[in-house]
Design a protein around this ligand. Sequence first.
Ligand code: FAD
Length: 450
Amino acid sequence: TTAIAVFTRDLRVHDNPVLAAAARADHVLPVFVHDDVLAGTGFATEPRSRFLHECLADLDARLRKCGAALVQRKGDLVNEVARLAHEVEASSVHLAADASGFAARRQQRLSAELAAERCELTVHEAVHTVLPAGAVTPQGSDHFAVFSPYHRRWADTARRTIASAPKRLRLPPGVSAEKTASAPKGNSAMPGGETEGRRRAHQWLNDDVDRYHTSHDDLAHEGATSRLSPYLHFGCISALELADEAAARHTEGADAFVRQLAWRDFHFQVLAARPRTAREDYRPHGDAWRDDPEALQAWQEGRTGIPIVDAGMRQLAAEGWMHNRARLITGSFLAKTLYVDWRAGAAHFLRHLLDGDLVNNQMNWQWVAGTGTDTRPYRVLNPLRQAERYDPHGEYVRRWLPELANLETPREVHQPWRLGEDELRELGYPAPIVDLDAARERFQQSRGKG
Ligand code: FAD
């Protein structure tokens, strides 16, 4: 028998149910398709493409150690996999379930194409997440809309067993371990791949996770959070394995960290049940979003004149990553303070984040905009209070806004307009593009809570 393992965003050999199931056949063809549709969406920015290539090179190297190799194709995933299934006379194809409408449609098409080849498609759940979408539901609904009750059930629900990494794989007769494109030799701060992901996960669990409950909101502290999100997004590491290993530590920090992994599952089950909420408001408020291209551009470029917002946006541009607290602050600033449609912000994030993920990005943006599962859609984060609280010494702002690095007090760093127009001009930093108090009133009135 011959099986095809189709890799999507599960680029690992450890705890990969797709590969483990395919490995039960006599011969296995591991495949990754560079899908034309995704390439055409602007999703494949340079840093993300680089990360993906590093992931694929690492996966290929690991597969070669087991005697196989990764076959890469470009085009439409369904057509390419169906063609390969025909060529190698595969009897089964294995694929991970995903939450988006795009993934669901692709899966249906693939199933139909393969049926014509008398080849069976098996879709594996809980490859990207700890629990499958729909594993726990409240009475009378297909998904949880509130996190806390979801989390309680999530924590008590049995999980699948960890899938072991295959030791020996045999390619189908006639297929040789083709040369795959090797990764560009990068010196990036965040190299992609399972090897690097596992290394970072172990380091995080051994050195830092136990402090997570107190450190995670500290904007300036580099080891405050795990920075594992790109590795989780591309599936270089398994969320289930990570959750199990963290939970085994039985510390307050590790428990708080596992709770964040539950947030990831929570958003996944919302989007899987309501795929349209990738674009449409989950809870519409009839918002009259403002069309303000200049403000949007100032926000994207990190020159709104509110330092804590600009620091976040510049971190995103420089690193392809942003601290969660900064995502909350910058997101709230765009959607509520500037009252610009959250979709514009989500699109910008999705393009620039290495962890840019349809599920987590869109659902968090909806949360931030108050159109999602947040139960307090009227509250507006005050960026100045947030700065005082989460960057009390102004260190984060100084790091990302060199023009403010030499100001003396945290108050000056966070509110440089207080120095006066002349000094602000000399610093080369803009005055705020918006009056924060007036903007908050505008938003709350718009939402009918004036
Ligand atoms: P840690 O604090 O170490 O958390 C561990 C893991 O838990 C993360 O890697 C992530 O997988 C998960 N996690 C943590 N917080 C959340 C959350 N709120 N929602 C879902 N999962 C979470 N995360 C993405 O992975 N991709 C995105 O595209 C994305 N877009 C976001 C957009 C906005 C506006 C906001 C507010 C948040 C977004 N997040 C997104 C969630 C969160 O900010 C990141 O997961 C986190 O900052 C990643 O850093 P970390 O790995 O150090 O997180």
